[in-house]
Design a binder for this molecule. Structure first.
Ligand SMILES: [Zn+2]
Length: 468
């Protein structure tokens, strides 16, 4: 007998490790690495593969189809090359769909009721650069009308040929999105895009809203309060809005962030659950039990999260003024899957409306500049000495002979002598390197390249910068 409803999804979640495709478990990977993993599934007779076309630079764009049911569901991911979480979740979904275990009746139900078509990497050129835009620097998601990108044209052709009933447009969002009025990151955000300026709700859009309300219910069991809604201002150039206007129930899914999940493996699992539950609700028609109100009642997203928020510190010996400091890091691609980070003091002042993935609330702390020492050779620096130097407050190693790289693969900065004074100055919109000390001048926290470091337990995996 079939296990019904949410229990199936809970069961699938419980044995997710059986479906997790480990070969790709980082944000950054190449098109070729992805194609290699996708090829592992070619022996599965339930799946059919097709090269639907080629990117601007000639990379194959593949689709995978499962099931023979009447209701067609199209899903595409990585239209933005640096948004890879759902691509990885689709690999897990494929593994789930082709597995052989006690959830077979659920698989059969999906295969009988639905035809699923996945396009799991629509922007392979952007993927290889880990950039949002295509090789021609076009934001594909603003190309739904002009169709100047080959990849956008392919998507529109598939939509017109396949004629899905439901379309899921899978993206990633930036790290600063919280659920409005809370410190909780919006780990999964959704939108049933508008199909006109009036943002009316017709049957097509209503179905999208109902399905989102259903996915929200499943996700709330995992991430209480961690689901948010995107603004539904009509954007006729965007695919979601354009496809909704064709009478296809369209859902924008944005993978957000969880704390301590830099490679987004936790969010990948949330995607897996959300997508499986969507398939189930469509197959069983059970999304219809949700209302438009259930959708509207999901709180909106906001942009109030910093990577690090430091509350109420003094930054000037001459004055009693207290400020909050907001720090964000950006990631920069090396050779995939590697990257380095740059941390910025992004805002300063009253940040009481903001939140942090990490927050320092200790009272009476003061910001002072990091110390520096002169070194002869970088090679003499061991990890033990890095830790010792950091505990002494040394954030900068001065050397006239700085390497060509932009970063240091461990937590210390290299700086050219002429740059030292500038990098030690603490100011808005500059790179974040300083110390937080108490009233006895004891170092309580170190900010090294935007990373919050507790001197008692130094994480040597974070990177510093070469400052020239
Ligand atoms: Zn996107």
């Amino acid at each position: 007998m079939a296990i019904s409803g949410i229990k199936t999804i809970i069961r699938a979640a419980g044995q997710y490790q059986n479906y997790h495709v480990e070969k790709i478990s980082t944000n950054r990977f190449t098109h070729q690495a992805f194609i290699n993993v996708l090829s592992d599934f070619e022996r599965e007779e339930q799946l059919s593969f097709k090269d639907i076309g080629y990117s601007e630079e000639g990379r194959a764009i593949r689709s995978v189809t499962f099931g023979k049911g009447k209701t067609k569901v199209l899903l595409w991911s990585q239209m933005h090359g640096n948004e890879s979480t759902a691509t990885r979740a689709i690999l897990d979904i494929l593994k789930f769909l082709t597995a052989n275990d006690e959830l077979n009746s659920f698989r059969e139900q999906i295969a009988d009721k639905l035809t699923l078509q996945f396009i799991p990497m629509l922007n392979p050129d952007g993927t290889n650069r880990f950039q949002r835009r295509t090789a021609t620097e076009i934001d594909m998601n603003r190309d739904a009308v002009e169709l100047q990108t080959p990849e956008g044209r392919l998507l529109m052709d598939v939509i017109d040929d396949f004629k899905p009933g439901f379309a899921l447009n899978l993206h990633d969002q930036r790290r600063f999105y919280n659920v409005k009025g809370t410190e909780v990151p919006s780990s999964m955000s959704f939108l049933a895009p508008a199909y006109n300026e009036g943002r009316e709700v017709n049957t097509t859009r209503k179905k999208a809203m109902q399905l989102i309300a259903g996915m929200n219910q499943v996700l709330q069991n995992r991430i209480t309060g961690g689901v948010g809604l995107y603004d539904d201002t009509y954007s006729f150039r965007s695919f979601g809005d354009a496809i909704q206007a064709k009478g296809i129930s369209t859902i924008l899914v944005e993978s957000g962030w969880l704390a301590n999940d830099m490679e987004k493996e936790g969010v990948r699992k949330l995607n897996f659950l959300a997508l499986l539950s969507a398939f189930q609700m469509i197959a069983e028609n059970s999304y219809t039990k949700f209302s438009v109100e259930d959708y509207i009642n999901i709180p909106p997203i906001d942009t109030k999260l910093f990577d690090v928020l430091i509350k109420n510190v003094s930054i000037d010996d001459e004055s009693d003024a207290k400020v909050d400091l907001g720090i964000n890091r950006t990631e920069h691609l090396l050779e995939a899957p590697n990257y380095y980070s740059i941390g910025w003091l992004e805002d300063l002042g009253d940040l009481s409306a903001h939140y942090g993935f990490e927050t320092v609330k200790e009272k009476g702390l003061k910001v002072i500049p990091g110390k520096s020492i002169v070194i002869d050779k970088l090679e003499v620096i061991s990890m033990i000495s890095v830790k010792r130097l950091l505990r002494q407050g040394v954030l900068f190693l001065i050397t006239p002979d700085v390497p060509l790289e932009a970063h240091v693969p461990f937590p210390i900065n290299l700086v050219h002598p002429r740059k030292l004074q500038e990098v030690q100055t603490i100011k808005f919109d500059s790179k974040a390197n300083f110390l937080l000390v108490d009233n006895l001048n004891k170092i309580k926290f170190i900010i090294l390249n935007g990373f919050l470091i507790n001197p008692a337990k130094i994480d040597t995996s974070v990177n510093g910068l070469v400052l020239v």
